[in-house]
Design a protein around this ligand. Structure first.
Ligand code: DC
Length: 220
């Protein structure tokens, strides 16, 4: 089985690009952020205080997270319920950024991610895939873009959805999320030594996809 690990900060375009690369190669796309979001969703729903170690461990012990594919799209099941439609809100994303720094949360998801890579050829995106989850991945990409560019992409997405977002607030949230994801103790976001760095600030989706496919061609 072969693995392509794509890590990088929020809003760098990882999921869009990873989906395209997976389709092109006939690999399965694993969105690991959705797994952290599923746990965050449950913690919010049950009003768990994530700074209370016992309460957090008990909550994580009681959770069963599964990945299924329906019509080729990843669905995340939590204790048997498909929670995928609830995961892409700002609230869940922000909670995921906080709760994913906690040991019981990371431990709850590590084996699930490794198991996917043992069973399938995968393009897996996240924060610590190349450094921690799949250190032996054949292809590692660190995909980033400036915080201005990432905020501007998010701004456009929200405007297209009919919302009236505040650009400065979006950029501030992105910077805060970067800080948290990069400075946590366990499995922080960082470029793996053997990862190819791609800065997509001035690249379009097709250019980034082509760059990753070229790196994959060399290494697979
Ligand atoms: O990629 P995303 O925005 O869906 O991820 C949500 C949060 O989950 C992100 O802020 C940090 C965390 N995460 C992580 O810690 N490790 C991963 N492999 C993926 C996501």
């Amino acid at each position: 089985m072969a693995s392509i690990a794509i890590d990088g900060p929020a809003g760098a375009g990882k999921s869009t690009i990873a989906k395209k690369v997976a389709k092109e190669l006939g690999f399965i796309y694993v969105d690991t952020g959705a797994l952290y979001r599923a746990i965050a969703y449950d913690l919010l729903k049950n009003d768990v205080d994530i700074d209370d170690e016992k309460a957090l461990s008990a909550a994580c012990d009681g959770m069963q997270v599964e990945i299924r594919y329906e019509d080729g799209l990843q669905q995340v099941y939590l204790n048997g319920e498909n929670v995928t439609p609830f995961l892409r809100t700002e609230e869940t994303g922000n909670m995921a950024s906080k709760s994913s720094a906690k040991a019981p949360v990371r431990a709850a998801l590590l084996e699930l991610q490794r198991d996917m890579a043992r069973r399938f050829d995968v393009v897996m995106d996240g924060r610590d895939i190349g450094t921690n989850v799949l250190p032996a991945a054949e292809v590692k990409i660190y995909l980033t873009a400036s915080s201005k560019e990432r905020a501007s992409r998010r701004y456009k997405e929200l405007v297209e959805k009919g919302e009236s977002p505040d650009f400065d607030q979006i950029e501030a949230d992105i910077i805060e999320r970067d800080q948290r994801d990069m400075n946590r103790e366990i499995a922080p976001l960082k470029q793996a030594e053997d990862a190819v760095l791609i800065d997509s600030s001035d690249m379009d989706i097709d250019e980034v996809t082509a760059a990753i496919l070229a790196a994959a061609k060399e290494r697979l």
